[in-house]
Ligand binder design. Structure first.
Ligand SMILES: [Zn+2]
Length: 211
């Protein structure tokens, strides 16, 4: 795996692919046994044999050990290494608990702690945010539109001025914000479009604004 020079200060903590897969499979096993029934959602680890998925890598690293302390910087960095993209500000640490239900707390600013791997996050509200959309559904939705924002056409993984010169990361957008995020009600949007239109605008299947 290629490591860029900007990341050298954390070098001793780089997890191997084997470790990332081992931790992920451990979380997956517990999810299958108990968390799934409680509405917790499991992100996929890989898109295919060699391409990792951000939220899966984040889950693996954050749940590597109960009580493990991870700084946001470390998480950003580990994810960037596995995705082979420059370090950027990811929100997966927060989303894994609030939206997906994993028991990862944020005791202090910029620090994540894996509290427990057997019980869901206590403040998790699985119905409001996630509907019944699975990670497989979400990957399918993105694949259908070739990893392009339905609304503005920016491409996932590209650096784009529309998102302030950052990397485009597709987010789950509601077509109809009055309905839950289900397969038929979800479009992929870049972080700019997703924030801009949140709970204000309804979209059709092509990402056009419904009038
Ligand atoms: Zn967009």
């Amino acid at each position: 795996m290629k490591i860029t020079s900007q990341t050298n200060r954390f070098e001793e903590k780089i997890p191997s692919k084997k470790e990332i897969e081992f931790w992920y499979n451990n979380a997956k096993k517990i999810w299958e046994e108990s968390l799934k029934k409680q509405g917790v959602s499991l992100p996929l680890l890989k898109r295919n044999e060699s391409v990792y998925i951000q939220s899966g890598v984040a889950l693996s690293f954050l749940t590597r050990k109960v009580g493990a302390i991870t700084t946001k910087k470390e998480l950003d960095w580990v994810v960037s290494i596995f995705m082979n993209i420059p370090t950027h500000d990811i929100q997966d640490g927060r989303h894994l608990s609030d939206q997906k239900g994993w028991n990862i707390s944020k005791e202090k600013r910029g620090i994540y702690i894996c509290e427990d791997i057997n019980i869901p996050y206590p403040y998790f509200n699985n119905h409001r945010e996630s509907g019944n959309l699975t990670e497989e559904n979400w990957e399918e939705i993105k694949r259908k539109y070739k990893y392009i924002c339905y609304t503005c056409g920016t491409k996932e993984g590209e650096i784009n001025s529309r998102v302030g010169g950052a990397i485009v990361i597709l987010q789950k957008g509601h077509m109809d914000y009055d309905k839950p995020l289900t397969y038929d009600n979800t479009i992929a949007q870049c972080q700019y479009c997703n924030q801009r239109y949140k709970n204000r605008v309804k979209f059709d299947i092509k990402g056009y604004i419904k009038i």
